[in-house]
Design a binder for this molecule. Sequence first.
Ligand code: SME
Length: 172
Amino acid sequence: MGEGILLAHVDRGVLLPEAQRIARLEAALPQIEAAVAGESDPVAVQATLACLLWGTLAQANWCGFYRRVGEAMLAVGPYQGGMGCLRIPFDRGVCGACARTAATQLVPEVHAFPGHIACDDATRSELVVPVLVQGRLEAVLDLDSPHVAGFCAAEARLLEGLVARVFRGISG
Ligand code: SME
């Protein structure tokens, strides 16, 4: 069992081969979408995704949301993992780059990313997906891993699809 959805157990921190990670995420996605179907409160959806993606992505050491709270400022939202930074301006870090550009950031080695914010020294790679509602950036989904190249492009595409579907029409 995963946490709340039906998935085989994988120990926290294990980086499965890419094909297995994609299969695991593809198995989880319909279950995650079913879990939040009909919910219109953004925090309820963010919290449930943070929980269920944490159970799915064993390679992650942080999984959650930063919410837009100003013209160019993010504040931490629901997450799982170690304590995250409370605020991230749009001009800082991988999350800020995602918020500023509204484009997914797949960073295989954070030490090579100028301005990376090291909330956890163990983090080596990161995937940040923008949450756009009617073209406006409302939040970012941030995933960190202690592995170099902990996330791949196929995982990024699958997660972009998930956030596009579950946050459609949900702003705030
Ligand atoms: N590493 C991130 C900051 C977010 S926390 O580590 C959870 C960044 O550079 O945006």
